[in-house]
Design a binder for this molecule. Sequence first.
Ligand SMILES: C[S@@+](CC[C@H](N)C(=O)[O-])C[C@H]1O[C@@H](n2cnc3c(N)ncnc32)[C@H](O)[C@@H]1O
Length: 244
Amino acid sequence: MTLGASTGTHAYGEPSYWDQRYRQDTGPFDWYQKYKRLAPLFDLYIRRSHRVLLVGCGNSTLGEDMASDGYLDIVNIDISSVVVEAMRQKCEDKPELKYITMDVRDMSAFESSSFDAVIDKGTLDSLMCGQNAHDNATKMLDEIGRVLKNNGVYILITYGDPNYRMRLLKDTQVWSIAVHVIDRTEKNPEQQRWELTKSVPLNQDNSSITALIGSHAEVHYIYVCIKDETLRRHGDVNGHNEGV
Ligand SMILES: C[S@@+](CC[C@H](N)C(=O)[O-])C[C@H]1O[C@@H](n2cnc3c(N)ncnc32)[C@H](O)[C@@H]1O
């Protein structure tokens, strides 16, 4: 399923859409990718003991699968109280998982610098389908930057190619950014074009990625953004921090 394709694009940005959807579709349903395929990348950046925040968790099994794979402290938030209540009940026997109804644009209930990792699979995308997309995306990224510890990682899994996503990411926070790609659908190892754990080369205008992958590639992009306060101190915030 592609965000913005099957329903009016605005609907994905509206909390009421998600409540209604989760009342009808009790899931489980994972957008884009499942944990099994993403796990090798997570292993590079997240430790089992890290405090991890899954923003816009929906009824994805990502949190459950991570807990089964040894992650110890996973906080899940979603704006839909319908899905949060359902997931809380489903996972009540799993102490590694917490589910909280919260708007990712206002996470004031969390202290600053309190998470080692934030994972976003399809949530920035859904805000960007709604009204006031740019404002909402900026609020979301500001909050994610605030709750992350220095050197903490924001992993954004999205259909959005670097032409727009890189600008947004660079404009909002002080990160070093690496981009990984993964085929949308699982392929036999010999047909796989991209090695998930290797980042793709990035130049200033992102043309290196388009040249390598093509402009309508059947891939998901994974932006690995490491919060780096030293970049702020060096005044090197916008546009000079990619490629790590
Ligand atoms: C495309 S779904 C992705 C669900 C899940 N992450 C996955 O990978 O299957 C987007 C999710 O973001 C949630 N969401 C939308 N706006 C939100 C907001 N402002 N704050 C928190 N969650 C939000 C929706 O309720 C929905 O569960």
